[in-house]
Design a protein around this ligand. Structure first.
Ligand code: MIC
Ligand code: SF4
Length: 649
């Protein structure tokens, strides 16, 4: 049978289930990655499973999100991560070594393998022909222990690229075009495969920008072929032996083909407050800018940085602009420092930020009130920058650098600046000294736990009856940033009772109090929402903290993949309205009951809920596998794993 790339990699990893579109398969995971903000819980859960060591080929623990270290919490987390990595045989990437996705691509990503990461932008690895998937920390913990990762056997769309990018048009514009085409919702269960003659015109970092932002479309991953471009990159990283050729068979089938002529594209921007809100830069020409941030896991490669440096060379940042640049990894920063490109940036007035997530997650560098911020990152959800009313536009590094000089959005081709032609290096500077690799001696390390590090919260098994109260009613496209804010609150990630106080903080600051009151009175809490609930990150805290607050069900018109899986992992039922307009039958604070709640799940029935206020019936369904049903009945994956001893083989 003729196979596409995705079918090839999946078929060599499926260990359970049949490759039938829409049905659940369990795949072996070769590599895992975690980052600190999701990692502490992932490792606490790994420890709670009572395993002695990891069973993957490679697991890496990165520290890149919480590097600001205001107070003791972050430093304690770092020490916990370092010691737990040593004990269980995990590579530890020290703070300062760079952003997980950029560093993993540079040093570990291997064509033809599977990578599971506790971060939604793990699909960046698709640039190097990995099936790289983002998931909650608990799923990653299970995979580290040798358990399978379960996913719906996907539909595969071919993105057929022709032509070549014009000067000043970039990989960011390709992926923004894709976002315009596929939008940010409705793509659950889809994987993208890039092909066609245009692919070989894209360098590896360009491919990485594209695969990275597949996360914003909600696709499971985006995969490129492993070809001569991949080989060149791996060779330059001193890893030529990791290369194998991977390409689709002639005549391979796809569920849909999307054609993009690269030569027809022009610079684009994602406008406030969604990565899918696309406009042409020419339409935004002249808009004054307060802040420009260049970096993040989307656009912080050496190529991006050299391009920015060449644009800034000999020029000054406009008086009205604060320009921050965060090179994506220590490798990138070291190379910039050695070849003088860093000096161009500094001379221009740019502020050099740490090689970390920083501004992207609102951890620092928040814009002024109502400020316009141009960013090369991947998400511009309302308030994510740390400033509630900031207007964030997502653009290419080229557009960002030009705007920093002129103080306003300016079409680069009309800016009078020469188009910088940057060559990829034939060898990167290789210095792995910021990784702590596992060793026999390190296995005896005592795990450090600071006072901010708690236990993973426990849950009871599913109750017989649902005695629900609607605690909040929301609209469409609620992101995990709405549910569980990051930024200044990130440092509480290892302390669930504390972090849970901030669930829906920016929508209803009393949410947690109301939930805890109802929970202690014996009630169950419910969340009601519109379409595409749980967009964005993989943070399992957006399920774990609601679980801690006694949430038993979320009723929505539709869910995004990672969040829906996280809800199930924490024993919260993701219920979909059979008739979407039934959302109108529910008001905030309504009491919703279901006397046969547990039985409905045991028997796999459709579920009828009763609104006690109006007496109306609301029909919902929970489209999940038998395995997920058992997890829900057990009260979550941790309980299920312990009870059934099922996940780990
Ligand atoms: C993000 O970009 O939203 C994050 C912060 O990297 C998250 C992970 C987290 O919340 O810790 C993600 O993308 O999964
Ligand atoms: Fe870090 Fe931003 Fe990438 Fe998330 S999207 S991993 S916060 S750089």
């Amino acid at each position: 049978m003729k196979q596409n790339i995705i079918e090839k990699i999946l078929s060599s990893h499926i260990r359970e289930g049949e490759p039938i579109k829409g049905s659940e398969v369990g795949i072996r995971i070769d590599q895992t990655l975690t980052q600190d903000a999701t990692g502490t819980m992932a490792y606490l859960q790994f420890e709670a499973m009572g395993l002695n060591e990891i069973k993957t080929d490679l697991s890496v623990s990165y520290v890149d999100h919480n590097t600001v270290q205001v107070g003791f919490e972050n430093s304690d987390d770092h020490k916990y991560l370092q010691t737990v990595a040593a004990k269980y045989g995990i590579v530890y990437s020290r703070p300062g070594n760079g952003i997980c996705h950029q560093v993993h691509l540079e040093r570990f990503g291997k064509p033809g393998t599977t990578l599971l990461g506790s971060d939604s932008h793990t699909p960046t690895g698709g640039a190097i022909a990995q099936i790289a998937i983002g998931a909650g920390g608990l799923d990653v913990a299970v995979a580290m222990g040798g358990g399978l990762f379960y996913l719906t056997y996907p539909k595969v769309y071919l993105v057929y690229l022709t032509g070549e990018l014009k000067p000043w048009v970039t990989a960011k514009d390709v992926v923004l075009k894709m976002l315009e085409t596929l939008t940010t919702k409705g793509n659950v269960g889809v994987m993208l495969e890039y092909g066609g003659p245009g692919v070989k015109k894209l360098s590896l970092p360009q491919r990485a920008t594209i695969s990275n932002m597949g996360a914003e479309m909600g696709v499971t991953c985006s995969v490129f072929p492993s070809d001569s471009v991949t080989k060149k990159f791996l060779k330059a990283q001193g890893r030529e032996n990791d290369w194998v050729e991977i390409k689709a068979d002639k005549g391979a089938q796809y569920d849909r083909v999307i054609e993009i002529d690269l030569s027809s594209l022009e610079p684009l921007a994602a406008c406030p407050h969604s990565p899918g809100n696309i406009k042409k830069i020419s339409e935004l020409e002249g808009m004054k800018v307060d802040q420009v941030c260049i970096g993040s896991c989307t656009n912080s490669s050496l190529k991006d940085m050299l391009t920015v440096s060449a644009i800034l060379k000999g020029k000054k940042v406009a008086d009205n602009v604060s320009l921050g640049i965060a090179p994506g990894s220590r490798q990138v920063l070291q190379m910039l420092a050695r070849n003088g490109a860093l000096a161009n940036m500094l001379d221009s007035g740019a502020r050099i930020l740490e090689s970390a997530c920083g501004f992207c997650i609102g951890n620092h560098f928040s814009p002024k009130s109502g400020g316009v911020s141009l960013r090369t990152s991947n998400r511009n959800f309302e308030g994510r920058s740390g400033t509630a009313d900031a207007q964030v536009y997502l653009v290419s590094p080229e557009v960002a650098a030009v705007a920093a000089i002129y103080g306003k959005i300016t079409s680069p081709s009309k800016s009078g600046i020469d188009y910088p032609k940057v060559k990829e290096p034939s060898s990167f500077l290789i210095d792995d000294s910021m990784f702590i690799k596992p060793s026999i001696e390190l296995k005896n390390t005592k795990v450090f736990r600071g006072p901010n590090i708690g236990e993973p919260p426990k849950n009871d098994s599913m109750p017989e009856k649902l005695n629900g109260s609607v605690m909040i009613k929301l609209g469409d496209k609620i992101t995990t940033d709405h549910i569980m804010p990051a930024g200044a609150r990130l440092k509480y990630r290892s302390n669930v009772p504390k972090y849970a106080q901030y669930v829906f903080e920016n929508i209803d600051p009393n949410f947690y109090k109301k939930c805890l009151e109802n929970k202690s009175a014996g009630g169950h809490n419910m969340i009601v929402a519109g379409e595409s609930y749980g967009q964005g990150s993989s943070r399992e805290h957006a399920a774990m903290c609601p679980m801690y607050l006694g949430v038993k069900a979320v009723l929505a018109k539709s869910f995004e993949r990672i969040h829906s899986a996280n809800l199930i992992n924490f024993g919260i039922a993701p219920l979909v309205f059979k008739n979407p307009s039934d959302i109108e039958k529910i008001d905030p604070a309504d009491k919703i009951v279901c006397p046969e709640w547990r039985k409905n799940f045991e028997q796999g029935n459709e579920i009828k809920l009763l609104n006690e206020r109006s007496g109306e019936t609301i029909e919902v369904f929970c489209n999940i596998s038998q395995r997920q049903r058992s997890i829900l009945l057990a009260g979550g994956l941790l309980n299920y794993t312990k009870k059934e001893d099922k996940c780990l083989k």
